[in-house]
Design a protein around this ligand. Structure first.
Ligand code: GTP
Length: 347
């Protein structure tokens, strides 16, 4: 099975983290997000993946080519300018080579059962199958209305509350028959959600929604990035967590040193070669990247620290994200959802 993953966006809602790092390379519990996505696809039976890249493509290519061997065929489909979700898929036409394929927004973290989705697609002889996921507030998304057998009747982007007839939204995961690419103009920006899908329904194509309650979140914003960490640490989606689970909810990487007086409140993850000094409190819900250094009596909870971060003594961190090599000065207090790009000194 082939898949095309869209990882070319600017990730502006995750600024400043994504000013120098593509969203796909943002770590999620110490593993770059795109690596988690490729692993999920490979375990779902996908053996050939096109990564549709545009903004900051090199870190994505360099990382994946190191992490995955030749059992998984990876291609990089470059756009000189962002072509939108449909234009990017059109750009993958030669790789798709006339076969049925999966298409995914590269920023969804999910456990959706792709094999079940494929069965659903085949049983209905569908041309376009869209995974549908329930959300509490559909007005922030595009809702998809279906008949009882799943046939899509209408799309509504960002509806007002009085227009809301369903809480199921487009999850950004599609199974497409190759002829769908004929609906997309070549070489110019075009959107699947706003242009191609509504046109296909209008023209009578067989478009279905596959409803699922499996875990799903899109990593669009800093808030959701923190929610996704909480979900993974509390086991709402089973993923590989680097390090050894030394006790329920506490993972510690190789070479980490933790002073016996430090209080570790699960769930937490400490990366390889971390140093946690006396009287420090870590957790609940904290992820420290590799080689983090936390000086005495500092407190860290509900935070994500990337690699090589230093936290000075008595600093207090809550609900924040620190990019690689950030330095938090002794005694600093940071609270509220905030993010600092790499090499920032936080006072
Ligand atoms: P924001 O700028 O914060 O909206 O983030 P984003 O750039 O990620 O945009 P959005 O959330 O709409 O994109 C959903 C997925 O599609 C992400 O994985 C993007 O990387 C990807 N994407 C969006 N636009 C393009 C594009 O023009 N080309 C490619 N190749 N991928 C895109």
């Amino acid at each position: 099975m082939k898949a095309v993953v869209l990882v070319g966006g600017f990730g502006t809602r995750m600024h400043p983290l994504t000013l120098h790092v593509p969203k796909a390379m943002v770590p999620l519990v110490n593993v770059p997000f795109v690596e988690r996505l490729v692993t999920y696809l490979s375990r779902s039976g996908v053996d050939e993946i096109g990564l549709s890249v545009c903004y900051l493509p090199d870190p994505i290519r360099n990382h994946l080519s190191r992490r995955f061997d030749r059992n998984l065929r990876l291609h990089y489909l470059h756009e000189d300018q962002p072509l939108g979700t449909a234009g990017a898929l059109k750009n993958s036409e030669s790789m798709v080579a006339g076969q049925r394929f999966l298409a995914l927004n590269g920023d969804v973290l999910t456990g959706i059962n792709l094999r079940e989705m494929m069965d659903f697609h085949l049983q209905r002889n569908s041309q376009i199958t869209i995974a549908l996921t329930p959300v509490e507030n559909p007005t922030a998304y595009g809702i998809v209305e279906t008949e009882a057998d799943g046939r899509v009747v209408r799309f509504l982007e960002k509806p007002t509350w009085d227009q809301v007839t369903t809480n199921t939204i487009n999850a950004g995961i599609y199974i497409l028959e190759p002829e769908v690419l004929k609906l997309i103009p070549a070489g110019k920006p075009c959107s699947m959600e706003r242009e191609v899908f509504p046109q296909a329904v209008e023209a009578g194509w067989r478009v279905h929604g596959f409803p699922t309650d499996d875990y799903w979140i899109d990593l669009g914003t800093l808030e959701k990035y923190l929610v996704a960490h909480r979900d993974l640490l509390s086991g709402r989606l089973a993923v590989d967590i680097p390090g050894d689970q030394v006790t329920e909810g506490i993972w510690i990487g190789p070479g980490a040193e933790v002073d016996p007086s430090a209080v570790l409140e699960p769930p937490i993850v400490l990366g390889a070669q971390c140093r946690v000094a006396e009287g420090v409190r870590v957790g609940p819900y904290a992820v420290l990247g590799d080689r983090a250094v936390v000086e005495e009596k500092a407190t860290i909870r509900d935070c994500v620290l990337w690699d090589d971060v230093s936290v000075g003594s008595r600093a207090m961190l809550k609900d924040c994200i620190l990019g690689s090599s950030c330095i938090v000065k002794a005694g600093a207090t940071v609270e509220g959802v905030r993010a600092f790009p790499h090499h920032t000194t936080v006072e």
